[in-house]
Design a protein around this ligand. Structure first.
Ligand code: MOS
Length: 728
């Protein structure tokens, strides 16, 4: 099904099942510990051996010699695999890092060897017996130092730089200005489920049970790395304990399990230990962002400039932190630029809301500083600079943009009018109290997505698609979509996900999954509806689907009866046309936070978080809210805690475990109020929905930073806002 015209009225508009706060259908499996994650698939293939990866202790250089004799002779060891005996291990085009080192070493923690043994403990013990001689080379590990050497990157898809009007002249003439530099640190995704894979060969055919967000990309990349046909690879990822972008692409667990299983001649299971993850996989790259805002006395922006520097391994991509600044606020004169330095750190890549998450951390403090300079309310400043068209391409309207609605409703629900504008004025004992706000924006992406829908002689519906559920609620919203379209109870719909044997879906990334994957299921269900109507002798346009029956006028048939003993199956997908180009598509919101700052220690406690969001039709208010409060919590971590600290001499992330890499725990998270505006976007898909998985993170850290300023009068421009920075 091609989607290239705005959606008219369609069966989803009835909203009998879609749009309702159904519990997650995978909830009982998750809460009872019976949803099988990759490493727990003990049953899928017999004779599984254990693989443990040895990572490089140097960040850059060469392997001179590997002596694995002692490891091979250790008790229980079945095989030791290095670049010398792994067979062909290439590089996937879409993945910057090589997933097996040798002889070159590209980053600290890069896989150098895998030991396969009959127990995990024996495999791990034997990794310590491998003697590797390295030749260490100079590396570049410090973004601040490499900033001047950064270059204009070649980007996949977007332009690195844009310019409209005359920024320099307009900024020079602007009556009120802000010019500041902000920094955001490297961050680690820190998903609860580690990277894990079981790999098994049957002749030339490879099956991996793994933890991955994008099944078809995994198949493509494994095919490129191992040099085997795509059709010989099956990827299964039924449940994923968090990805946040780290599992968009395969990592060393999948590749090393596959090569180890080939050498060992039996299935091998591999999980990365927690301390390996930060340096062996990917992270959100640190940024340096320079922002210049020039405004008229009434608050109207005259000039906006946003420049961002980040680093990556050679051949990598920049963190696109200036991207949202092209779309968020009106202003006739504007420029954005991304610069990329080469760093010999582990691969930098997508982490939840790549671009906007760090970009808004900077831009939205700058807007707070501008509001202060203007003596203007921060909410009013944002309202004054709203735009209904792409500010860089004024002929291009937003498909639907109720940013002002979010600001107004959010402010009202939060009680923003009680804020005292002058900082440091409100005190409760040893706490200084403050309020802050920030805008939320995230692009709405659409990806083609296919599904197969079957109905059997009992009227049971089965949906199959390679879509993943990374904790987001995919199982549930897909079931709701099929139940809505076929007029059957939710309990009669079975959803099978995360298997490359199923039709290729949008996968989970960039908050496109919910809208795109359900639109694919919509397409398949519409096709099945036609087939059912034809069987019933009805015109498809006249038929209603209700209570497990197809109804036309006074006549009706049970779907089960039409399906018959052999059942009926249809397959289709959604293909998005030009609507995403002719219209700017985005999701919007406004974040509000109240914090308390200890006058003696600088300790920050977040007391309340509140947000209002406009993201098209909300397919399930319960799962959507869960996404947003999770993202707001992540914003709290980004504001106050998260930083993967680089050892700039040795080139690795020092705090590579959950004891030292701080994320919020329950006691850190306050009351969170989430409000969704009631809207549909007929240009986003037949579902009229958009993404919410990342939106809640966009801007939430800045709202907290601005609240800390309002509480204490201390403006910290380098995240995270730790006590030392506030005290200083
Ligand atoms: Mo998201 S960072 O595209 O999983």
């Amino acid at each position: 099904m091609k989607f290239d015209q705005p959606a008219g009225r369609n069966p989803v508009d009835r909203q009998r099942v879609v749009g309702k706060p159904h519990d997650r259908i995978d909830g009982p499996l998750k809460t009872s510990g019976t949803a099988p994650y990759a490493y727990e698939r003990h049953d899928v293939v017999p004779n599984q051996a254990y693989g443990v990866i040895l990572g490089s202790p140097i960040a850059k250089g060469r392997i001179r010699r590997i002596d694995a004799q002692a490891a091979r002779a250790a008790p229980g060891v079945i095989a030791v695999v290095t670049h010398e005996n792994a067979g062909k291990v290439g590089k996937a085009k879409a993945i910057t890092a090589k997933l097996l080192a040798g002889p070159e070493v590209d980053h600290f923690g890069q896989a150098v060897a895998i030991v396969v043994a009959d127990s995990f403990e024996r495999a791990r013990a034997a990794t310590h017996l491998i003697a590797v001689e390295y030749e260490r080379a100079e590396g570049r590990f410090d973004l601040a130092k490499e900033r001047d050497a950064a270059v204009k990157p070649k980007m996949s898809g977007d332009e690195p730089d844009t310019a409209v009007g005359h920024f320099d002249a307009a900024f020079a003439d602007a009556p009120v200005k802000v010019e500041q530099t902000y920094t955001t640190p490297n961050q680690s995704h820190t998903a609860m489920e580690p990277f894990a894979t079981i790999a098994s060969w049957e002749g030339r055919r490879l099956t991996v049970w793994t933890s991955n967000q994008m099944i078809d990309w995994a198949r493509r990349d494994l095919s490129e790395v191992l040099g085997i046909p795509r059709d010989d690879i099956r990827v299964v990822s039924s449940y994923v304990g968090g990805g946040f972008g780290s599992k968009l692409w395969i990592r060393s667990d999948a590749v090393m399990a596959a090569v180890a299983a080939r050498v060992a001649g039996r299935p091998v299971k591999v999980a990365l230990a927690r301390p390996q993850i930060a340096n062996n996989t990917t992270h959100r790259p640190a940024t340096i962002q320079r922002i210049r805002l020039g405004a008229a006395a009434d608050g109207k922006l005259l000039a906006i400039a946003h420049e961002s520097w980040s680093g990556d391994l050679a051949g990598g991509q920049p963190e696109t932190a200036a991207m949202q600044t092209r779309l968020l606020y009106a202003a006739a004169n504007r420029m954005t630029a991304h610069r990329l330095a080469t760093l010999d750190l582990p691969e930098g890549n997508a982490m939840r809301a790549p671009g906007e998450a760090p970009g808004l951390m900077a831009l939205e403090i700058a807007m707070d500083e501008l509001a202060e300079a203007l003596k203007m309310d921060p909410v009013a400043l944002r309202i004054a600079n709203d735009t209904q068209v792409d500010p860089e391409k004024p002929g291009r309207a937003f498909s639907h943009r109720d940013f002002i609605g979010c600001l107004r409703i959010g402010a009202q629900r939060f009680g923003w009018e009680r804020r005292v504008a002058a900082p440091g004025q409100v005190r409760e004992g040893r706490w200084r109290i403050g309020m802050g706000m920030a805008s939320a924006f995230r692009g709405n992406l659409a990806m083609s997505s296919a599904a197969r829908v079957a109905i059997d002689g009992k009227g049971e519906v089965t949906v199959s698609t390679d879509m993943t559920d990374i904790g987001t609620g995919s199982y549930t919203v897909i079931a709701q979509t099929a139940a809505e379209l076929l007029g059957v109870p939710l309990a009669q719909v079975r959803v099978r996900l995360g298997d490359s044997d199923f039709p290729v879906s949008a996968g989970s990334g960039g908050q496109w999954g919910g809208n795109s994957a359900t639109a694919g299921v919509y397409a398949a269900c519409m096709k099945l509806r036609q087939t059912l109507a034809r069987k019933a002798g009805f015109l498809a346009g006249d038929a209603r689907f209700d209570g497990g029956r197809i109804v036309s006028g006074t006549r009706s048939f049970a779907l089960a009866e039409l399906a018959g003993r052999s059942g009926l199956t249809e397959e289709d997908g959604i293909e998005f046309g030009d609507l995403t180009k002719t219209y700017a598509q985005g999701t919007f919101g406004a974040h509000f936070a109240e914090v308390a700052v200890d006058v003696d220690t600088g300790e920050v406690r977040v007391r309340r978080m509140s947000g209002a969001f406009a993201a098209g039709r909300i397919l399930n208010p319960k799962t959507a809210r869960s996404q947003v409060i999770g993202a707001m919590t992540m914003g709290l971590g980004a504001a106050l805690m998260e930083e993967a600290v680089v050892d700039t001499r040795l080139g690795y992330f020092v705090n590579h475990d959950m004891a030292e890499y701080q994320v919020p725990v329950h006691a850190d998270v306050p009351v969170q109020d989430v409000f969704f505006l009631d809207e549909v976007d007929d240009k986003s898909s037949p579902m009229k929905a958009k993404g919410v998985g990342e939106l809640g993170l966009c801007g939430s850290a800045a709202a907290i930073a601005n609240a800390v300023y309002n509480a204490s009068g201390v403006r910290v421009r380098d995240y995270p806002l730790t006590l030392d920075k506030i005290m200083r």
